[in-house]
Write a protein that binds this ligand. Structure first.
Ligand code: AMP
Length: 389
């Protein structure tokens, strides 16, 4: 069901509460922002609201302050950075609810940033009284925090019952458009590239992707649980021994769609710069740390003929060159494929950056956990709670 978008709302003269994801990385001490990417990602929504006559109230969590004030997780540096990026004053409230905050509410054209929502334990507890206090600050609610949409908290779900309208922001719309298209109406052939450490973290993703796409290419350590389940030697590679049965059942159900590595970069040492060999059979005493050359070629060929590609998780220990080779080669293959490419956040995003192909990916999700849940077919509470069109 389509959700209301900020573009469907009359914002003129209204107090608009925008739940943003300003959970930015901070240098030690909490004074300096090391990446302002998340702030930049919400600028179009904030600017849209201002241009349409709204008084803007922004709220986010930052870090894990565990329900009490912590100066190292204050939104202070975020307010300063936002002010610089917007080119207009941004007031910082001393709290996120209460009389003092209510006295600071801005006039149309003004921007107020609330203090860290998680300074109150009631935020994560989705407490109704706290939700009502947040809702009291505004006339209209907008959620632009896709990265937190998989959590049912006061600011993402609870307060919505106390506001007349709850709409998706422009960033949220963008995420729902591309991720939604990837799972509901992808142009075919559609290929999923799934890597990472554990099968157990990605069972639902593999299952849902296998239902939706034409081929699922498996890489990363999770491949070795599948190979061991087939009775193949895996040496000292990372294997989840309690998931062999699960791997067998996934193969039995979706075997015609799953592709597994046919060769591997193996080493006796788990460290950057370690010597390695390219092998088709993993020798005793070695561990597979990346997909091998033939696998890269085979996967790149499937990627090259795809019209839609969905990617989550690295193909090897990409943090430790030379075991980044498979991940980087496939990032380049995805970028050059000409297909619509949708990448789940986190490690795959880092890999794309280190391959230098960020600009050639159609959509890199801003939410690691949220995109994983979405692509796994789960309902995101923060999206479900928004008003239907
Ligand atoms: P995930 O968070 O599940 O996407 O897993 C990412 C992690 O999996 C990264 O830190 C990789 O280093 C790790 N990983 C990928 N391939 C392997 C491998 N062959 N052996 C050990 N760890 C791996």
């Amino acid at each position: 069901m389509a959700k209301l978008s900020i573009q469907d709302l009359d914002l003129n003269g209204k107090r608009v509460f925008i739940r943003v994801d300003f959970n930015v990385p901070l240098a030690e001490g909490g004074q300096e922002i090391t990446s302002d990417k998340r702030i930049r990602a919400s600028l179009p929504t904030i600017q849209y609201a201002l241009e349409h006559g709204a008084a803007v109230i922004l709220a986010s969590h930052l870090g894990r302050p565990k329900g009490k004030f912590n100066a190292e997780m204050s939104m202070k540096p975020v307010a300063a950075k936002l002010q610089e990026l917007l080119g207009k004053p941004v007031a910082l409230a001393p709290d996120c609810v209460g009389a003092e905050v209510e006295a600071m509410l801005p006039a149309p054209g003004g921007v107020l940033l609330l203090e860290n929502l998680r300074f109150h334990a009631e935020e994560e507890a989705n407490d109704p009284a706290f939700s009502e206090k947040l809702a009291k600050l505004c006339d209209v609610y907008v959620n632009d925090a896709f990265g937190t949409a998989h959590r049912a908290h006061a600011s993402t779900v609870g307060m919505i019952q106390f506001v007349p309208q709850a709409a998706a922001g422009l960033l949220m719309n963008q995420e729902l458009k591309y991720l939604g298209m990837a799972v509901t109406s992808p142009e075919r052939p559609c290929v999923a590239l799934i890597g990472g450490a554990k099968v157990s973290d990605k069972i639902e993703l593999i299952e849902n992707m296998a239902k939706v796409v034409d081929k699922v290419l498996i890489g990363g350590a999770m491949a070795y649980t599948f190979l061991k389940a087939q009775g193949l030697p895996t040496g000292k590679s990372l294997v989840e021994n309690d998931k062999l049965e699960l791997a067998r059942s996934l193969e039995a159900k979706y075997g015609d769609k799953l592709m597994l590595p046919v060769d591997h970069a193996v080493s006796t040492e788990f460290k950057a710069g370690a010597e390695y060999q390219n092998v088709t059979e993993i020798p005793e005493g070695t561990m597979a740390l990346d997909i091998g050359e033939k696998t890269i070629e085979a996967y790149a060929a499937v990627i090259g003929s795809a019209k839609t590609i969905i990617w989550n998780g690295p193909m090897g220990v990409f943090e430790m060159p030379p075991f980044d080779k498979g991940t980087v080669a496939l990032a380049i293959a995805v970028a050059n494929s000409g297909a619509v490419s949708v990448v789940g956040g986190g490690d795959s995003e880092k890999a794309i950056k280190s391959a230098g192909v960020t600009g050639k990916i159609t959509h890199v999700s801003t939410g690691g956990g949220a995109s994983l849940e979405f692509l796994s077919g789960m309902t995101l509470p923060g999206v479900a709670a928004l008003t239907e069109k």
